[in-house]
Design a protein around this ligand. Structure first.
Ligand code: TYM
Length: 339
């Protein structure tokens, strides 16, 4: 547990690099809404545009994608009154604390990040310095709010461990307990939604095959078609969770169904045991369309009024700065910056 002196506060972020997927929805957005609705924590959600530009973004696309992501948050159920909703670049304390953390984090720590290795690939010499330092900025995103809980999908686990390491090293080096040791919240049936074409690959907006993912902007027909065509094996569904063990495609579809219907995988198994995919897939498609299609159309509606989206973001950054400004000021003091 985090130290009791910290206000219970949730922070999480999504990159506005285009194309929200069902993975983002089930692994992140839906859970952000649940945490907001629980009402036990302050909730702060961010479009991380500074992170997005660690790989090339066309400026017009970035602007549009940031607004579309904001529409996605709201259409999914984030209420900009109850949660703080904003884009990272407009709250300069993120980048400012990010710099301090660049000086706390070690090159070796960064070099071990699997996401860095995956994204930079064999061409690391040509990757941006920002991509290498990405996790230090991510730690700053979280710690500039003294956030105690961070809901994310499985793929962010290593970055959250690094956030804890950075907080611990800062606290140790400066002999303080100023930064909380944050709890990752990686929970539920769909913390790792897989590709619909290959159960060993994560569902991702960067997969070249559009059939591999459900986009939040897909209409009902597209959603149903992608589920109908999803890769499966010839066996009927097993009668226990263990039976899904070596069947990644089947497991993925069951996980998606469980997350969409707010059930555990165990509960789902009692409902679907023994079913053929010919029976299960139409049911899954029905549930997915009922949940996702209204979000897609609400996103489109919100996108018709970009000025309103900009007002929401501007108000969100103002509220965010009320939290971040004093935390940065105190950090500077601890570090020894003369005012
Ligand atoms: P990003 O933009 O890649 O993804 C946003 C969130 O969606 C989750 N996610 C998935 N969950 C389950 N299955 C999938 N297939 C799937 N694909 C994506 C991610 O785990 C994430 O929770 N580094 C972060 C953004 C970030 C951040 C932060 C997050 C920057 N600062 C501070 C939390 C706290 C990222 O690139 O997420």
């Amino acid at each position: 547990m985090s130290a009791p002196s910290f206000t219970p506060r949730v922070f999480s972020g999504i990159q506005p690099s285009g194309g929200l997927t069902l993975g983002n929805y089930l692994g992140a957005l839906k859970r952000f809404v649940d945490m907001q609705d629980q009402g036990t924590h302050e909730t702060v959600y961010c479009m991380v545009d500074l992170h997005a530009i660690t790989t090339w973004q066309d400026p017009e696309d970035l602007r549009r994608n940031t607004r579309e992501l904001c529409a996605g948050f709201i259409a999914s159920g984030i209420d900009p009154e109850r949660s703080i909703l904003f884009n990272q670049s407009q709250v300069p304390e993120h980048a400012q604390l990010g710099w301090i953390f660049n000086c706390v984090a070690r090159m070796g720590w960064m070099g071990r990040m699997t996401q860095w290795k995956d994204k930079a690939g064999k061409n690391a010499e040509n990757a941006s310095l920002g991509l290498f330092g990405y996790p230090a900025l991510m730690a700053a995103d979280i710690l500039i709010y003294h956030a105690t809980h961070v809901p994310v999908g499985e793929d962010q686990k290593q970055h959250l461990e690094l956030t804890r390491d950075i907080a611990a090293k800062f606290n140790h080096d400066y002999k303080t307990d100023f930064f909380p040791i944050t709890e990752p919240v990686i929970e539920g049936a769909a913390t790792r939604v897989m590709s619909l074409r290959d159960g060993s690959k994560k569902m991702s907006k960067s997969d070249p095959s559009d059939a591999s993912r459900i986009n939040m902007t897909d209409d009902a027909d597209a959603i149903a078609k992608k589920i109908r065509k999803a890769k499966t094996d010839p066996e009927p569904l097993p009668d226990s969770v263990e039976g899904l063990g070596d069947r990644p495609e089947a497991r993925n579809l069951v996980n998606i169904y469980a997350a969409l219907t707010d059930q555990t995988v165990e509960q789902v198994m009692t409902e679907v045991a023994g079913q053929q995919f010919g029976q299960f897939k139409p049911r899954l498609a029905e549930v997915a369309v009922a949940k996702l299609a209204p979000i897609g159309s609400e996103m489109a509606r919100l996108m018709n009024d970009p000025a309103e989206i900009d007002r929401i973001l501007a108000r969100g950054s103002e509220r965010a700065r009320e939290i971040t400004a004093p935390i940065l000021a105190r950090t500077y003091e601890i570090v020894g910056m003369v005012k």
